[in-house]
Design a protein around this ligand. Structure first.
Ligand code: BT5
Length: 248
């Protein structure tokens, strides 16, 4: 269902006052491919809005009323966080998701990744990534808890970045800058460099894990493969829930 949300469309080269133009300015500066920036005070989900967008556009919201996680789960998206989705040509959703997680992790000191796409700070999740394929487009949704309060029911495993002195604009600036650098590597065939850095920053590499997929559970030591999939107990897995277990 599409409700009507106030939408501001900013094209490259347009200027104006206010928050929307500040975030748009950062996005246009860092993402050289970007043509259009859509801004919402509130929307259902930037991934949903992005489905109607052109390739090389970005959808940004101050707040999401129906933020989505994977497999129909909810992403709580209160004011104070960053919620945005990029529309890109289809280059393999898995690779783009890996690249996004790496770009976020490289933006925050001491951040780590839990395979495939959770980004952790002090062991707790502060960012989630939702990659979707829609028609001929890859839609990459990135949600980052920056200054938004974490609801009590999530506090055991979720956190925000409020004790780092970085506001939303700085976090957005770093993520988009790193994303563009990594994206150039991807499109120029330099994937090995990305996956090498991903492996280093991914806590799951070499860990004892339990992987839960729709039809099985596998326990063993994890190895991250070249394409971003994982091998556990000799089995290759492309998507699933990953639980880190204690090593013996
Ligand atoms: C994700 O799903 O981690 C993907 C989240 C993607 C969010 C972005 S925001 C911009 C774009 N527009 C959208 O509508 N979505 C994308 P998953 O791995 O399924 O994790 C979801 C689970 O994380 C939930 O079931 C909760 O347990 C937990 N969770 C929900 N909100 C959270 C939050 N704000 N911070 C940390 N954990 C949260």
């Amino acid at each position: 269902m599409r409700e009507s949300f106030l939408e501001l469309r900013i094209k490259r080269g347009e200027s104006g006052e206010g928050e929307a133009f500040k975030f748009a300015g950062i996005a246009f500066k860092n993402l050289e491919f970007l043509e259009e920036f859509y801004y919402y005070f509130a929307t259902d989900s930037t991934n949903e809005r992005a489905k109607g967008g052109k390739i090389f556009s970005l959808f940004f919201a101050e707040e999401q009323l129906a933020g989505k996680g994977r497999l129909g789960r909810q992403w709580i998206s209160k004011k104070g966080g960053l919620y945005f989705s990029l529309v890109l040509p289809l280059l393999g959703a898995q690779k783009l998701t890996i690249l996004s997680a790496l770009s976020v992790a490289e933006s925050i000191p001491d951040a780590r990744i839990k395979w495939p796409n959770d980004v952790l700070y002090k062991g707790k999740k502060f960012c989630g990534i939702l990659g979707e394929v829609w028609e001929n487009k890859a839609i990459l949704g990135i949600g980052v808890n920056v200054e938004n309060e974490i609801p009590p029911e999530l506090r055991d495993y979720a956190t925000n970045l409020s004790n780092l002195s970085m506001g939303r604009k700085e976090v957005f600036d770093r993520i988009t800058r790193n994303f563009y650098r990594n994206y150039l590597n991807l499109i120029t065939g330099n994937w090995e460099e990305i996956i090498a850095r991903y492996r280093k920053i991914c806590e799951t590499s070499g860990k004892r894990v339990k992987i839960i997929t729709h039809n099985r559970e596998i326990v063993g030591i994890a190895e991250i493969c070249e394409d971003g999939s994982i091998i556990v107990d000799g089995k290759r897995i492309y998507a699933g829930e990953c639980v880190h277990l204690r090593n013996f």
